[in-house]
Ligand binder design. Structure first.
Ligand SMILES: Nc1ncnc2c1ncn2[C@@H]1O[C@H](COP(=O)(O)OP(=O)(O)O)[C@@H](O)[C@H]1O
Ligand SMILES: [Mg+2]
Length: 456
């Protein structure tokens, strides 16, 4: 005896039941199927959702579309969420199509939890909520079609356009939780991601530079602050590029962080890492449109740009230059780049109409080195003559001086003598790795006699 196989028999039975079933029974079975985890079969397309709620047929439907980079979309999602909350009892949320349910994404705002923001969904806003006319907003953050689209009756297209412009304006206002913050750009999965930078409180007081250099920095900052409106009203433009050059360890990164910290609040800073400079520079400048006045920091561009190769081709340089040229048309975008070796930069990147100001940070002189020593060791109240130690640390960069101090504190704790400090400087133990020929001056043949040491 062979029992008929279960599959075909069950199928035949369901077919038979369905054929004989009333509409009501079929509907009940469908709902049961959904409850048991089948894909919903009722999800309608955004167009169907919109025509249904707006009460127009599809030939009367108008789409007002914005296509933007990831972070822009997430910020728009946040703004959409504010409207969802505000009109909660009246709005209707629908599927983004393809049988998918509405989904939420996240917007990284630094401290605390990321904000949940609409990722993929369509929302119906009745007349009198977002505009006089009823509208639907479709948001879709899938990376191949990132869009924020307002669907309306053709007759309400103008209102939809006004609303879109309004949303884009709000992105540049304090409603954008990223506005005025210090952000970091990196590449993830081939696309640019922008997140909030974990605090980097860099202060002027921590960076010892010759006075005239600070004056130059102030002139640069004035184009973003005190002189901004005047420049603008005179049609002189506020868009400036600053190139900070100098050998490794002289405080270039520290300086751009000071600039970012001083502009925080009024300017959004985007710190670009090497990958984002190399692969997504155009996207990066496109994202900067999301934040109102923006400072783009390109640290160590020489690592990324360098010279054109033999064939005269350097795609990241080409992208970089065209991004920089493109952005010059825009108000309120500042670019600050740093390089260890301006000579290695292609001359095209240095041309003065790309960077209006080139600032070269020198190796610290003895007075600067003494001030660095004093800043870090002063609080310990040791019997150390900072001027003498600074003299001995000839040819040391600011970073070198800090490393010597760090190593000494690691070895000796909070109490040590001037000679112990100098021994560590001489020993080279403070160098984590031999670094492109940067050494302290060769140990002088005990030029500093112990007798002279204040600790003797
Ligand atoms: N002139 C200086 N005064 C105080 N600290 C300095 C100075 N130059 C460098 N440093 C310190 O050395 C470290 C490395 O500096 P960084 O800005 O990264 O150098 P760069 O980017 O030029 O290689 C930082 O901790 C910085 O604060
Ligand atoms: Mg640096």
């Amino acid at each position: 005896m062979h029992a008929p196989s279960a599959g075909p028999r069950a199928a035949a039975t369901i077919d038979a039941i369905l054929a004989a079933a009333s509409d009501e029974t079929r509907e009940t079975l469908r709902v049961l199927g959904e409850l048991l985890g089948n894909e919903p079969t009722t999800a309608i397309s955004p167009t169907q959702f919109a025509t249904r709620h707006l009460g127009v047929d599809s030939t009367q439907l108008a789409a007002t579309k914005y296509v933007g980079p990831t972070t822009s979309l997430a910020v728009l999602g946040h703004l959409l969420r504010l409207e969802l909350d505000r009109h909660a009892p009246q709005v209707v949320i629908g599927s983004p199509g393809d049988g998918q349910p509405p989904t939420w994404s996240q917007l990284d705002v630094g401290a605390g939890e990321p904000l949940p923001v609409p990722g993929r969904m369509i929302v119906f806003f009745p007349a009198g909520t977002l505009a006089d006319a009823p509208l639907c907003i479709l948001i879709n953050d899938r990376h191949w079609e990132r869009e924020f689209t307002i669907l309306s009756a053709a007759a309400a297209k103008e209102a939809a356009e006004r609303l879109l412009a309004d949303f884009r304006g709000r992105m540049k206002s304090s409603l954008n939780p990223l506005r005025g913050r210090v952000l970091e750009a990196r590449v993830d999965d081939g696309s640019l991601r922008i997140g909030v930078s974990p605090g980097l409180a860099a202060e002027r007081a921590g960076l010892m530079l010759p006075g005239p250099l600070w004056a130059e920095v102030d002139v640069f900052l004035a184009s973003a602050t005190t002189r901004r409106d005047l420049l603008r009203s005179l049609g002189l433009g506020t868009n400036r590029g600053l190139l900070v050059a100098g050998p490794p360890g002289v405080g270039k990164t520290h300086l751009v962080r000071v600039i970012a910290a001083e502009l925080a609040g009024s300017y959004t800073t985007i710190l670009a890492d090497a990958n984002s400079m190399r692969h997504t520079i155009a996207d990066l400048y496109a994202e900067s449109d999301t934040f109102g006045p923006t400072l783009v920091v390109l640290d160590d561009i020489d690592l990324v740009l360098g010279h054109r190769d033999g064939s005269g081709h350097n795609s990241s340089l080409a992208d970089f230059l065209s991004a920089l040229d493109g952005v010059r048309q825009r108000e309120d975008i500042l670019t600050v780049a740093t390089t260890n070796d301006p000579g290695s930069l292609d001359p095209a990147a240095q041309r003065s109409n790309r960077f209006d100001t080139v600032l070269t940070l020198p190796m610290p002189d003895a007075a600067c080195r003494a001030r660095i020593l004093e800043r870090h060791l002063g609080p310990l109240g040791l019997a150390i003559n900072f001027t003498d130690v600074a003299e001995a640390l000839e040819a040391a960069s600011g970073a070198d001086v800090k490393e010597v101090i760090r190593r000494t504190v690691l070895e000796h704790g909070e109490s040590f003598t001037q000679d112990q400090l100098l021994d560590i400087a001489d020993s080279g133990r403070w160098q984590a790795a031999v670094d492109r020929g940067r050494y302290l001056a060769p140990p002088p043949p005990r030029r500093r006699s112990r007798a002279k040491g204040v600790d003797a």
